[in-house]
Design a protein around this ligand. Structure first.
Ligand SMILES: [Zn+2]
Length: 207
């Protein structure tokens, strides 16, 4: 798949709430907090207005807290200790300054298309590991189909082979869902999926 963009270059990937230009200095994370799996657990990121904007990992959430960019809204019981203080492990953080989130879509990439389609073949609805999925041009390229959010879907190799150079109608296939760009709306749906398990997230996500 060729990357696409206004000038033939892929659009810059937009990670929603990342703080632009911010490097994470290793010193910002307490040494005792470096190893455990808990540092990889998901943390919901809210805008200053309490609007959910992204999911990040505990480690990064704590960097944002230590830097004074965000504060914890919900914490887990566990604490990690640095030399000088004990820090609660956040489950939900909120940015202290409002961040404008452009309604622009994410970069068109294999990874993001699989994420949008939740690793599910859009023709046979089987959910598979990424290694067993390919991207299918709904309208084949040979028929003028473009590489776009609306024309690329996650597809298993079996369906991809049997569809060949035909349109879904010609092949007798139906799309599970109409393919759409990965927007903030898509992100919200994914946040809800992840947040379903965490009670502390729910009040921010299910409104
Ligand atoms: Zn399939």
């Amino acid at each position: 798949m060729k990357p696409f963009g206004q000038n033939g270059r892929p659009p810059r990937p937009t990670k929603l709430p990342e703080v632009r230009g911010e490097k994470r200095p290793p010193s910002a994370v307490p040494p005792s907090a470096r190893k455990p799996a808990i540092m990889q657990e998901p943390v919901l990121v809210l805008n200053a207005t309490f609007e959910p904007i992204n999911v990040t990992a505990v480690r990064r959430a704590m960097v944002l807290m230590i830097k004074g960019v965000a504060q914890a809204e919900e914490v887990n019981h566990t604490e990690v200790h640095s030399a000088s203080r004990a820090l609660p492990v956040p489950s939900v953080i909120r940015l202290l300054a409002y961040r404008h989130i452009p309604q622009q879509t994410r970069a068109l990439s294999r990874k993001n298309i699989l994420l949008r389609d939740r690793n599910t073949c859009q023709f046979c609805s089987r959910t598979l590991p990424a290694s067993e999925l390919t991207l299918d041009h709904v309208v084949p390229r040979s028929r003028g189909g473009r590489s776009s959010w609306e024309n690329l879907v996650a597809c298993c190799y079996r369906c991809n082979n049997s569809k060949g150079d035909r349109t879904p109608e010609e092949a007798g296939f139906a799309l599970a869902r109409r393919p759409r760009p990965f927007t903030l709306h898509t992100s919200r749906q994914l946040m809800r999926l992840i947040g379903n398990k965490d009670e502390k997230w729910r009040k921010y996500l299910f409104y």
